[in-house]
Write a protein that binds this ligand. Sequence first.
Ligand SMILES: *[C@@H]1O[C@H](CO)[C@@H](O)[C@H](O)[C@H]1NC(C)=O
Ligand SMILES: *[C@@H]1O[C@H](CO)[C@@H](O)[C@H](O)[C@H]1NC(C)=O
Ligand SMILES: *[C@@H]1O[C@H](CO)[C@@H](O)[C@H](O)[C@H]1NC(C)=O
Ligand SMILES: *[C@@H]1O[C@H](CO)[C@@H](O)[C@H](O)[C@H]1NC(C)=O
Length: 181
Amino acid sequence: METKTNFSLVFLVVSGIFMVIFSVPAKADDERKETNMTVYFHDYSSGGPNSTDLPVLGFPGKLWTFTQFGTLYVVDDLVTEGPELTSETVGRGQGTYVIASLDGLNAYVSFSLVFTNVAYNGSTIQILGNSDQFKAVREYSVASGTGEFRYATGYVTFETIFLDQSTSYSILRVNVSARHY
Ligand SMILES: *[C@@H]1O[C@H](CO)[C@@H](O)[C@H](O)[C@H]1NC(C)=O
Ligand SMILES: *[C@@H]1O[C@H](CO)[C@@H](O)[C@H](O)[C@H]1NC(C)=O
Ligand SMILES: *[C@@H]1O[C@H](CO)[C@@H](O)[C@H](O)[C@H]1NC(C)=O
Ligand SMILES: *[C@@H]1O[C@H](CO)[C@@H](O)[C@H](O)[C@H]1NC(C)=O
């Protein structure tokens, strides 16, 4: 009798310990901060000397355009706090995208938001995803981050809010929502 009681007690204590151990990750997860921000990308894709968005590779015999499957672009856009070019610098949007659907609609993107501002200097947010590039709102995932944004997950939206066809200059509004420690 005595022994049996002790076993149930031991079981209760042991399962109690397990519950504590296994509940820790979930609790820690809830403690992540949420950061929302809106920033603006300045994109020059004319092909001229100050271009920040250029095709670097495509299929032989095909035009290297943003509607041609297989065209790979590299980007290094200025990122600012407000939509004006003269607004406070946040950092750079650097990375690549490739036209990844046969019909030329979808672009697969891999960008780092590289911060150089006071708040997040040296930190990065990694943006990954695939979206119809002609949709008014393109959504991608925040796959990870570094520095202030270690273990980040979340999502971003891209919206073209200004386009000057004659100079191929566009302003993109980028909303970031990320959870991180
Ligand atoms: C961030 O944005 C999301 C979606 O709009 C919202 O639900 C959340 O409350 C915001 N978080 C903060 C800390 O502002
Ligand atoms: C490129 O940038 C330089 C320096 O800002 C500027 O002087 C020049 O006019 C620009 N060229 C074009 C084609 O936009
Ligand atoms: C960001 O860090 C770099 C390298 O440590 C430093 O040179 C630069 O002044 C810093 N910028 C800001 C805005 O703090
Ligand atoms: C992005 O954020 C701005 C506010 O900063 C808001 O007006 C806009 O609707 C947001 N865009 C999307 C697609 O959520």
